[in-house]
Design a protein around this ligand. Structure first.
Ligand code: 6PG
Length: 257
């Protein structure tokens, strides 16, 4: 089974240069193709690894005005809350360039997790209808230009945690949790049908603590029944590219080493 392209870097500096080069390249290609770049962010260290986008030369070559920023998952808190992925991305990335890109995220702390998921999916549905977000060729899912995912040491991506029923959701693009194993408990998250409909998916993992999950997610293993619920192993774009960006610590348990 093709697990995508694996890019192992010597250190975080090299990884971040390769990552931002790649993002800038997909941004340019998407804008050339359909006039917009629909990029999906996640929380965690990913945002700081993208920091070079706000520095020369990237801050000048990236066409920020054509960016539409989405989140793969979000915590149901106020936008100004320290747990907010929106706030993380705004403070460390989006507000540091001269054009603040448009962002699509319905979260505030006055709605329930369920309402937040419904509103976010509705907003995306409108954008597919108006063709700002490309429609998928073979399903009714959106085809995001680029989905960027971090990965926890338990193998979770977005807010899709091991053995959680959210892993099984097939008919919604966005689902909600009120029992996240990592705080805060109330969250919304993209589902696998949406992740796996994207044109490009990137998983970024760094550090020793991710090594086992990377091995389980990528290597061709005969796993006991049920262990396919390691979420990162379920990332498998049906019609798109998958790239794993990691440092050598995170890659240290891969069969190739
Ligand atoms: C959360 C975290 C989590 C994080 C990953 C990877 O939702 O509780 O934000 O999803 O993004 O664990 O984070 P790091 O790259 O910082 O390890």
């Amino acid at each position: 089974k093709d697990r995508g392209e694996i890019r192992v870097h010597e250190n975080l500096e090299e990884l971040s240069i390769d990552l931002v080069d790649y993002i800038a390249e997909i941004s340019e290609a998407s804008i050339k193709d359909h006039g917009a770049f629909c990029i999906v962010l996640s929380g965690g260290s990913l945002i700081s690894l993208m920091g070079k986008l706000t520095e020369p030369p990237y801050n000048k070559i990236v066409d920020w005005a054509k960016w539409y920023v989405f989140w793969a998952d979000e915590r149901v808190v106020a936008k100004s809350h320290d747990d907010s992925n929106y706030k993380l991305a705004k403070d460390n990335l989006l507000s540091k360039v001269n054009v603040f890109p448009r962002h699509i995220c319905s979260i505030n702390d006055t709605v329930s997790a369920e309402e937040a998921a419904t509103e976010y999916e509705f907003a995306i549905r409108q954008m597919v209808r108006t063709r700002t977000v490309t429609a998928s060729d073979n399903s009714d899912c959106p085809k995001f230009d680029l989905i960027l995912l971090g990965m926890g040491s338990d193998g979770h991506v977005a807010s899709l945690f091991p053995n959680h029923p959210a892993l099984e959701v097939k008919n919604d693009w966005v689902t909600f949790l009120t029992d996240s194993p990592k705080p805060p408990p109330e969250r919304i998250t993209f589902t696998f049908p949406v992740i796996n409909s994207a044109a490009n998916v990137v998983v970024v993992a760094t550090g020793e603590s991710k090594a086992n999950a990377i091995h389980l997610a990528i290597d061709d293993l005969t796993l006991p029944d049920g262990s396919f619920s390691l979420p990162a192993r379920l990332v498998h774009p049906s019609n798109g590219n998958l790239i794993w960006f990691m440092d050598k610590q995170a890659g240290s348990e891969l069969d190739m080493f």
